[in-house]
Design a protein around this ligand. Structure first.
Ligand code: NA7
Length: 542
């Protein structure tokens, strides 16, 4: 890989656009602006490689929960035709190979500066430029600032007393050491049972001497049923590419499957059980699509919840451990529903123990391990699978200042306010790819990303064609959009999970606001198209 650190940054005002981040969104945004519109574009990326979230999340078992044939770009039929995934769900190294292939295939690397963390971005009203500063003190300026910083890229390391004194080693899954972590024979503590902890536990347990899983909130999980892709499935993909793409565009969550039109409550218990059994055997996020009302009706949801709880009791041999794992306090899929490979089965191993840190919370970390209000757990390694300061975290760790020095942190002190999750009042020419207020994490991410990139690209093309150079979300449009985001969430069961990161509830002090747009990707896409068709309604252009 050529060294991109050494190249100096372009001079101020030479750039049309600067993009922060070289993950899925930054790579495609670069291609769209540079190669379709012919703009001068620079990507700045903190990591030493492309890949974004997947560059950092290298923990054991790291795998995408979207199916591989849908967890990819669709903008190029050639790219789709030439790339072959090996398994139903892509593992982290394979996603990295894919994104590196994309970077090479579209000759993107020459416009990407790696190892370059942006610390601040200030809008200069006179020059109508964004002025950015990097950690190394370099400066760069551009007309348009596009954040492609990801939704789950700021690690949430819990502030637990004594962490600094721990004599062993601790790691966060979202900042995993590139050289890996050796678990063989070690006493490992895993804190967190979200999607990440649920993926990591079975893999760590295979080599660790002993694994203790510290569970604060029990979680539903459905088997991923991962497997190598068969020649027949590959043929199906080749034969049905257009139909698969259409489904991904037309469905609520951007996945290549449709949500059933049946209600769980209009089905007999026998039929329902048979459908849940079939969905369990098929596996994956599709379980959520078994009935149309699982996310809108608590009684319907309860049928799925009790099915999964019964499965936990069937799988886990020790009744006390099973009861703890099935003691789930929220509706199914109100928090992001994990899918797994042998998570519950892992608790049948002799070297794995589950500890309830809701009843007996972690008090402190000592030199030798974790101390709860009930017991000491001696450990060599602590793995924090404690998630992220999601959605707003990656934006707010950059000191972004708009008109009159207004900081984004202040503008969003009571929660994110944007028009469509794309533009923020007071921050002209700033576009936030998959920003809070857009479907983002409620959607298969590449689908949400491509829709945003295409919208932003069309918008900039239109501005240029019309001889305009400034676009800014209007405050009243953002107010209205925030109300729509809240209403969309309230129409679902999603806000009912008290500890959900969708609500910011996992980070102490963070405003409790439901951040993603829950009205569905297909509906959102239409709204964005209408806004553009009406001359970017809700945005001031000049
Ligand atoms: P999540 O889903 O935010 O899960 C984090 C887990 O860590 C969750 O079980 C938390 O319990 C737990 N946690 C967080 N802080 C603590 C402390 N201080 N003590 C004990 N337990 C704690 O993050 P993931 O990385 O698993 O997944 C993020 C997304 O990535 C996922 O949803 C997919 O979209 C991909 P809590 O529930 O807060 O009680």
């Amino acid at each position: 890989m050529p060294d991109h650190h050494a190249a100096s940054l372009p001079p101020p005002s030479a750039l049309d656009a600067v993009i922060i981040g070289a993950g899925f969104s930054g790579l495609y945004q670069l291609h769209a602006l540079r190669d379709r519109l012919g703009l001068v574009v620079q990507v700045l990326e903190a990591g030493d490689g492309v890949g974004g979230t997947w560059y950092w999340n290298r923990y054991p078992g790291a795998r995408c929960d979207s199916e591989s044939h849908s967890y990819c770009y669709t903008f190029s039929d050639e790219l789709m035709a030439e790339w072959e995934w090996s398994e139903r769900y892509p593992e982290q190294p394979e996603i990295m190979r894919y994104l590196n292939h994309v970077a090479d295939r579209f000759d993107l690397r020459r416009s990407i500066r790696l190892g370059t963390r942006v610390v601040s971005a200030r809008y200069d009203v006179e020059a109508n430029l964004w002025r950015l500063r990097t950690e190394a003190g370099e400066e760069i300026a551009a007309r348009y600032l596009i954040t492609a910083v990801g939704c789950l890229s700021t690690a949430n390391v819990p502030r637990i007393e004594g962490l600094g004194e721990f004599g062993g080693r601790w790691v966060h899954t979202g900042e995993w050491p590139h050289e890996g972590v050796e678990f063989t024979g070690k006493r490992v503590g895993l804190v967190g049972t979200g999607s990440t902890g649920i993926q990591a536990a079975p893999v760590i347990a295979q080599t660790a001497g002993h694994l203790t899983v510290f569970q604060r909130t029990a979680n539903y999980s459905v088997p991923a049923q991962n497997a190598p892709l068969t020649p027949e499935f590959r043929q199906y993909l080749r034969d049905n590419l257009d139909e698969i793409k259409r489904t991904m565009r037309e469905t609520t969550n951007g996945h290549p499957f449709r949500i059933s039109e049946r209600s769980a409550l209009a089905t007999t218990p026998e039929e329902r059980l048979a459908l849940y059994e079939a969905a369990w055997a098929k596996g994956g996020l599709q379980f959520r699509a078994t009935f149309k009302d699982l996310l809108s009706n608590l009684e319907a949801n309860e049928t799925a919840a009790s099915f999964i709880k019964a499965k936990i009791h069937q799988i886990v041999r020790d009744p006390a451990t099973a009861a703890l794992l099935a003691d789930i306090d929220h509706p199914y899929a109100a928090k992001r529903p994990p899918i797994d490979s042998d998570y519950f089965e892992t608790f049948n191993r002799d070297n794995v123990k589950l500890v309830d840190v809701r009843r007996a919370p972690i008090q402190r970390i000592t030199r030798t391990g974790i101390e709860t209000s009930e017991a000491d757990y001696p450990l060599d390694i602590i793995v924090f699978a404690t998630g992220f300061d999601a959605m707003t975290g990656p934006l707010l760790r950059i000191d972004i200042r708009g008109r009159d020095g207004l900081s984004l942190r202040d503008a969003w002190s009571e929660g994110p306010r944007s028009h469509l999750g794309l533009g923020v009042p007071g921050f002209p020419n700033l576009f936030t790819i998959t920003g809070p207020g857009s479907p983002s994490v409620l959607c298969n991410m590449p689908v949400a990303i491509e829709q945003h990139v295409d919208w932003i690209t069309d918008c900039i093309a239109r501005l240029r064609a019309d001889g305009l150079s400034r676009i800014e979300a209007k405050p009243e449009a953002a107010e209205d959009w925030v109300a729509q985001v809240n209403a969309a969430a309230e129409a679902t069961l999603l806000p009912q999970a008290a500890s959900s990161w969708y609500l910011g509830a996992n980070v102490p002090g963070k405003p409790r606001v439901f951040m993603p747009y829950a009205g569905g990707m297909a509906h959102y896409r239409r709204i964005c198209e209408e806004v553009a068709a009406r001359g970017y309604e809700g945005f001031a252009l000049s």
